[in-house]
Design a protein around this ligand. Structure first.
Ligand code: ADP
Ligand code: MG
Length: 240
């Protein structure tokens, strides 16, 4: 579904991603792990062109994203993104936040969009919060609304950048359980996370990054029980 070839990203003279080669299959859940500064966020942002790669190719369903002819709007419709800090519009209700993209991009009518928002809210366990303002909700609820917002576009794939890192520990579980349900339903997901138990249980595959490179790319069973590199061993030892 997505294939990355020789991806390189520089910010001025600073090389942040070096020769990344990966492909992502339909319905797979990939967890990207690694220390802070490894380039995980930059990599995710390259995948939906929030950052422009310096070199390399990213093929989405066989077409190169970096080709001038490529329709970025289609990519944005089909590949959702969930951020660490939710990024909800503060002056819009939960339902309005969710309705916005279907209304603007898919030209959905108001009634239909509202219905879609209600369906998505139910899916993330917040059916009673349609008319709540984000500021009246907990971080975990806000993040679930951000997930509902991504789902409302009926994406083929969702990218998550540390979706639970900004949450109080007691709120993390509800968000992870929504993500686990999506995985069970076959949603294709690439998830940057520090939740090792979640990664172990839900991921089909673990990609471990450090210093802008892929250090390991393995099945979770292999990665967590017998990491191949010292880098990964040291990294994992901090979560014990
Ligand atoms: P991670 O998400 O793994 O913590 P990032 O992708 O955020 O890592 O950052 C990787 C490196 O790229 C860091 O050294 C960071 O300072 C640098 N970086 C990220 N974004 C920018 C930017 N917009 N401009 C310059 N440097 C950046
Ligand atoms: Mg990051």
């Amino acid at each position: 579904m997505m294939e990355v070839r020789h991806l390189k990203k520089k910010f001025q003279e600073n090389t942040v991603l070096e020769d990344i080669n990966l492909s992502f299959k339909n319905e797979d859940v990939t967890c990207i792990l690694g220390p802070s500064g490894a380039g995980k966020s930059t990599f995710l942002r390259c995948l939906n062109l929030l950052e422009k790669p310096t070199e390399g190719e990213i093929l989405y369903e066989g077409r190169n994203l970096l080709d001038n002819q490529f329709d970025i709007r289609q990519l944005r419709e089909e590949v959702g993104m969930v951020f660490q800090h939710f990024n909800l519009f503060p002056l819009k209700t939960a339902a309005e936040n969710i309705m916005l993209a279907p209304r603007l991009v898919k030209k959905m009518g108001k009634k239909e969009a509202r219905k879609c928002a209600e369906t998505m809210l139910a899916k993330v366990g917040l059916a009673d919060k349609a008319d709540a303002m984000p500021s009246s909700l907990s971080g975990g609820q806000q993040q679930r609304i951000a997930i509902a917002r991504a789902l409302a576009m009926q994406p083929k794939m969702i990218l998550f950048d540390e979706p639970t890192s900004a949450l109080d520990p007691e709120l993390v579980g509800d968000v992870l359980s929504v993500m686990r349900n999506l995985a069970d339903e076959g949603m294709s997901m690439i998830i940057v996370t520090h939740e090792m138990n979640f990664a172990k249980e839900v991921a089909d595959r673990i990609v471990f990054m450090a210093d802008g490179r892929i250090i390991e790319d393995s099945a979770p069973g292999q990665f967590f029980s017998a990491p191949k590199t010292e880098r990964a061993k040291t990294f994992l030892s901090r979560f014990l």
